[in-house]
Design a protein around this ligand. Structure first.
Ligand code: ADP
Ligand code: MG
Length: 237
């Protein structure tokens, strides 16, 4: 499989805390890679390091063979890699449509084009009925979808989703999973951090498991889920 994203020996320290310790893995084009591990394992920090929000203390990351070292997140977004947040932060005073339009403007300077792409992204995530509503009124699940729409509006090749099912009501989980499948079928590569392991193993081609800033397992979902160290880490042992 052709590698689209590669991290090599990435370490991130926050003061005395090592949040990521020598993390190396690769992602194949059009793959869905699930990332699991207990709270504090470094999963969100890994996304931050990949998308340019968090400076790495060591290592390098390559997208399509191009080093991302030192590049700011807006430049990485223009190269086709974007993340969503565990806790999305839309511009609350703006409408749903304006929120996605701003995201689309990272890839086009044409405001009409940006509005059209923004609307298309909201339609894709099932929020077309919210176009002109202020995003301040969004439920947690709607905020998650809005965040995905904002990412889609930048037309990424690689999409990093931080707990896309977090706070989504149980009745909507299947819809979000379908959405991720549909996104992948359009050629995108997905990295998905998720605590809903049943849903994640249902769509992921591969899993990596993290504890204490390190990758402890990388492979087929069923195998990784059986990894003793992962099971112990989840049990808080
Ligand atoms: P996860 O997403 O797996 O729950 P995080 O990447 O959020 O883990 O956090 C990994 C570790 O780094 C935790 O101990 C967390 O408290 C710490 N951490 C994360 N972000 C920061 C930051 N900006 N400043 C200081 N410590 C941080
Ligand atoms: Mg996290």
């Amino acid at each position: 499989m052709e590698t689209i994203l590669q991290t090599s020996g990435v370490s991130v320290r926050f003061g005395g805390l090592t949040a990521l310790n020598d993390v190396s893995f690769s992602v194949g084009r059009n793959e869905i890679l699930g990332i699991v591990g207990p709270n504090g394992a470094g999963k969100s920090t890994l996304f931050g390091a990949i998308c340019g929000d968090v400076a790495a203390n060591a290592g390098d990351i390559h997208l399509n063979g191009l080093s991302l070292a030192g590049k700011p997140s807006h430049e990485i977004a223009r190269l086709g890699l974007i993340r969503t947040f565990q806790t999305p932060r839309p511009f609350a005073s703006m409408t749903f449509h304006d929120n996605v339009t701003i995201a689309a403007l990272t890839r086009t300077n044409d405001i009409h084009e940006a509005r059209a792409r923004g609307e298309a992204a909201l339609v894709r995530v099932g929020l077309s009925h919210c176009l002109d509503r202020p995003s301040s009124g969004a439920s947690t699940g709607q905020r998650k979808r809005l965040d995905i729409a904002r990412a889609l509006a930048t037309e990424p090749d690689v999409l990093l989703l931080d707990e896309p099912l977090g706070g989504v009501d149980p009745g909507s989980v299947a819809e979000v999973i379908d959405l991720l499948r549909q996104i992948r079928s359009h050629g995108m590569t997905l990295l998905v951090i998720e605590h809903n392991l049943e849903a994640l193993t249902g769509i992921a081609d591969r899993l990596i498991a993290m504890t204490l800033g390190q990758i402890i397992a990388d492979g087929a979902p069923a195998e990784v889920m059986r990894d003793e160290r992962l099971v112990r880490a989840y049990l808080g042992d």
